[in-house]
Design a protein around this ligand. Sequence first.
Ligand code: RTP
Length: 147
Amino acid sequence: MEQTFIMIKPDGVQRGLVGEIIGRFEKKGFYLKGLKFMTVDRAFAEKHYADLSAKPFFNGLVDYIVSGPVVVMIWEGKGVVSTGRKLIGATNPLESAPGTIRGDYTIDIGRNVIHGSDSVDSGQKEKDLWFPEGINWWRPSQHSWIY
Ligand code: RTP
């Protein structure tokens, strides 16, 4: 089953949006497979955003991610990567549709509350980076509709 990596960024945690964000993914029907709080150092944040290292906003982005605790999660379900990105909304919150997480809760691209993997492949890489210990959670198998 498809999985994605979701991070509630420091502003989302500080603003008390953790429950709201988890609720949106749960109510959509996705399955929470892994969840933890983390505070990361610059080297770790730089690794996560390595693809953006040449961007002019890279240092500010790293400053932002290391500025406080983040909540990191693995979510599972049909189409969770692309539909998760739809729930999140466009990168620039001024362009995110109302009803999306960024569209409803922020106006600043540098404080856009949440990250979601942009492909199945990057979801796997991000899962390996953030959950090197793996995720160890049972899945009820006798009722196929429950996930
Ligand atoms: P994310 O990786 O956080 O889910 O965001 P994304 O795919 O929607 O956007 P991406 O282009 O990968 O950018 C990663 C994060 O960098 C910050 N950003 N700042 N100041 C700027 O112009 C700018 N552009 C991007 C945002 O926090 C964005 O989510």
